[in-house]
Write a protein that binds this ligand. Structure first.
Ligand code: FAD
Length: 392
């Protein structure tokens, strides 16, 4: 079976493929082209999204077979280009459309996602709706076969170059907050969509605020039933946490057969001759491996909600511990911007926020795994329009 995959991979990579680490730049075409070329190549065999049906760009692989495919690809090309721009489509929106979309919607969006031709962003958070996502106020009003969307989103990663946004909107303000929402796909090139980049402390300006003013969305782009937005959103969040855990895991990158690159780099620098650094490195390595196995378990479907939250928490812990270790091991040089690992060090705090904060993941585990009482919700049966928004 593996040999069979190896033969296919050898044929797939027979001619030149972009190699080497890709350095992200704000010039988006520069950033997108290598990843796009890579995905197109993999998609020729259905390997960019292996678990998807073949008619939508996958190859009908089971999760176990998909892992074998990814490991084979890593063996043949250990350093793929940066795929950050495409991750929402391939890891989060695609699987959500497969679950809740119509066959027409699957046929429209999934093949271009799998080839990297079209990029999605995830339009959930708003200034008054982050952890309390059900509090969103971006409004969608129906006019016959179309909807008009008005409102604001914030912290939207990838929006500046996205073609489509998966947008959670308020459709019935008179219902309690969890019941009056609907999910749409919005065209990011619509004249009613204005995207403004925001810069993070790690220098990255790939997340954005979005102002939506009278954007028109056909009803055919509604994902799920009117009023079922919360159910669709929960699928998105579970997919997001699973994808984040898997992407951050070294399982796919080093296929578990050799030490991860960060450990090899520490060894090459001689940092491991210090017993304190060596001890910390081994602790991080153990955390990383356990997190990788947890990610695999979450991805193979043994409980999306709690397993995905646990996997995301573990990966956050690993990311922070590794970033701090590499920073500390580089000594005084580590204080200089542009030194090895400074980007991860400055990115580490955001890992506790994106995809749901650590506290929110702990709440999920407390309620779903430990059986602790649910948080008190004073607004459960109150129409959203009259609830004390942002305070509950
Ligand atoms: C790098 C990055 C990328 C992002 N990309 C996207 C994106 O593409 N699309 C998108 O929609 N959003 C995105 N986000 C937003 C992210 O989902 C939110 O930041 C997150 O949900 C937290 O919301 P908030 O920032 O409004 O914080 P708040 O919800 O205001 O939380 C503030 C603090 O209160 C705590 N808190 C809140 N409620 C509870 C509670 N019930 N119990 C205990 N503690 C609580 C939180 O843990 C946190 O510490 C991104 C964020 C980051 C940092």
């Amino acid at each position: 079976m593996i040999e069979d995959l190896d033969t296919m991979a050898a044929a797939l990579f027979a001619d030149a493929v972009p190699r080497g680490n890709f350095v992200p730049k704000i010039g988006y075409e520069n950033e997108l082209s290598p990843g796009r070329a890579w995905l197109r190549r993999l998609a020729a065999r259905g390997w960019s999204t292996p678990t998807w049906p073949a008619e939508y760009g996958g190859c009908d692989a089971s999760p176990a077979r998909a892992r074998q495919i990814r490991a084979t690809v890593v063996r043949h090309r250990p350093r793929p280009p940066e795929l950050y721009a495409f991750g929402i489509g391939t890891g989060i929106v695609g699987p959500t459309i497969l679950t809740h979309g119509t066959p027409e919607q699957c046929a429209k969006w999934l093949p271009p996602i799998s080839r990297g031709d079209e990029i999605f962003c995830q339009m959930f958070s708003e200034p008054e709706a982050g952890s309390d996502l059900a509090n969103i106020s971006l409004r969608a009003e129906r006019f016959g076969a179309t909807w008009r969307l008005d409102g604001q989103k914030i912290w939207t990663s990838r929006a500046a170059y996205a073609d489509w946004g998966l947008c959670l909107a308020r459709t019935t303000p008179d219902l309690p907050k969890h019941q009056g929402m609907t999910m749409f796909v919005i065209d990011m090139h619509d004249p009613g969509v204005e995207v403004r980049p925001l810069r993070q402390m790690n220098g990255d300006a790939r997340f954005n605020e979005i102002f939506v003013t009278g954007a028109v969305v056909p009803d055919a782009w509604r994902i799920g039933e009117v009023g079922a937005g919360w159910t669709v959103a929960m699928t998105v969040l579970a997919n997001e946490r699973t994808a984040m855990a898997a992407a951050r895991s070294s399982a796919h990158r080093d296929s578990g057969r050799r030490e991860p690159e960060w450990l090899q780099a520490l060894a090459a620098d001689g940092a491991l001759s210090d017993p304190v650094v060596r001890d910390r490195a081994m602790r991080v390595y153990v955390l990383e491996r356990v997190a990788a196995w947890t990610a695999i378990r979450a991805a193979t479907g043994t409980g999306m909600g709690a397993a995905a939250s646990g996997g995301k928490l573990r990966q956050t812990r690993v990311f922070k511990a590794r970033a701090e270790l590499i920073k500390d091991a580089s000594g005084a040089a580590g204080m200089v911007s542009g030194s090895g690992g400074d980007r991860d060090f400055l990115t580490a705090p955001s890992m506790s926020l994106m995809g749901g904060t650590d506290e929110v993941q702990l709440n999920v585990l407390g309620e779903q795994v430990l059986g602790l009482p649910k948080e008190p919700r004073l607004d459960r049966d109150v129409p959203w329009a009259v609830s004390r928004r942002g305070l509950l």
